[in-house]
Ligand binder design. Structure first.
Ligand code: SF4
Ligand code: SF4
Ligand code: FES
Length: 236
C-alpha cells in the first residue's frame, strides 16, 4: 500500500516536501516505524505508550487530527505533522506553546482548599480530567491558526476542569486570565470537539466558561463592540 508523508529536515532542505512510501502495516504508528526501519533511519516522529493513553503520537491524516497508534491507513493517505505548531523535524512539532498557554491561564491547581470533595464532585470533571494533552484540538483550531496569542482549546478545557474542581480555592482568578485572547475569541466552530480522541467537548467547556464569566460580573466584549459600532444616539 502507498502512503504519503509530509517531511521536513533542515539538513536536507529548507522546504517541506512530500515523500511516498510502500508499506505493509495499516496501523499508522506501525507504518511510521516501518518507514524508519526500511527506508530512512533519520525519519522522525513521536510515540510512547502505543495504546492511545500518552497522547504523544498525534499527527494529521488527510488533514484530520488522529492518534497514530489508534488509526488505520488507506491507500494514498497523507500523513502530516500537527497544525499550529512549529515543525522541528518531519512529524515532530515544538510543544512549548502548550506550556506557555497552560501557564498564561493558570490551567492547574493553584491553591488547595479545605473543601470536602465527594465522589460526585469528582465525576463532574471526570471527562476533562481524561485529557491526554495530545494537542489535536489545538491543531484543529482555526482561531489558533490566525491568532498566536489565543489560549486555545487544550488550556481552556483544563481551566474549566480546575475551576470546577472543589480542591481549588482560586477558581475566580482563572476566569480573569481567560477573558483576553481566550473564551470570547473562540468561534464555537466545534473542530476541537470533533477531533478529541478522549471525547472531550472543549467547545461546550468554553461555552460554560462564558456563562460562568457572565455570572461573575465579566462582560462579553463582542456584544460591546457591535453595540458601540451600531448605536448612534443622534439617530443618523
Ligand atoms: S482536549 Fe482532547 S484533543 Fe485536546 S489535548 Fe486533551 S485529549 Fe487531546
Ligand atoms: S470551538 Fe473554539 S476553541 Fe474549538 S476549534 Fe473552534 S474556535 Fe477553536
Ligand atoms: S503512542 Fe501514546 S497515544 Fe499513541
Amino acid at each position: 500500500m502507498k502512503i504519503k508523508i509530509k517531511r521536513f529536515n533542515k539538513q536536507k532542505s529548507q522546504d517541506f516536501y512530500i515523500e511516498e512510501f510502500d508499506i505493509l502495516n495499516t496501523n499508522t504508528l506501525k507504518a511510521l516505524l516501518e518507514v524508519k526501519q526500511n527506508y530512512d533511519k533519520s525519519f522522525s516522529f513521536r510515540y510512547g505508550c502505543k495504546s492511545a493513553v500518552c497522547g504523544s503520537c498525534a499527527i494529521r491524516v488527510n488533514g484530520v487530527e488522529k492518534l497514530a497508534c489508534k488509526v488505520k491507513l488507506k491507500e494514498n493517505d497523507l500523513i502530516e505533522p500537527l497544525n499550529n505548531f512549529e515543525v522541528i523535524k518531519d512529524l515532530v512539532v515544538n510543544l512549548d506553546k502548550n506550556e506557555h498557554f497552560i501557564k498564561k491561564s493558570n490551567a492547574f491547581l493553584e491553591e488547595f482548599s479545605s473543601n470536602v470533595v465527594t465522589k460526585n464532585d469528582g465525576k463532574l470533571i471526570d471527562l476533562q480530567s481524561n485529557c491526554i494533552s495530545c494537542q489535536s484540538c489545538f491543531s484543529s483550531c482555526p482561531v489558533s491558526s490566525i491568532n498566536s496569542d489565543f489560549i486555545g482549546p487544550t488550556s481552556l478545557t483544563k481551566v474549566f476542569r480546575y475551576i470546577e474542581d472543589k480542591k481549588e480555592s482560586l477558581s475566580k482568578n482563572k476566569l480573569d486570565l481567560i477573558q483576553k485572547n481566550g473564551i470570547w475569541d473562540c468561534t464555537l466552530c466545534g473542530n476541537c470537539t470533533m477531533v478529541c480522541p478522549q471525547g472531550i467537548d472543549s467547545r461546550s467547556d468554553i461555552l460554560k466558561l462564558r456563562m460562568k464569566s457572565l455570572q461573575n460580573g465579566y462582560t462579553d466584549p463582542t456584544i460591546q463592540t457591535s453595540f458601540n459600532m451600531e448605536f448612534n444616539p443622534n439617530g443618523f
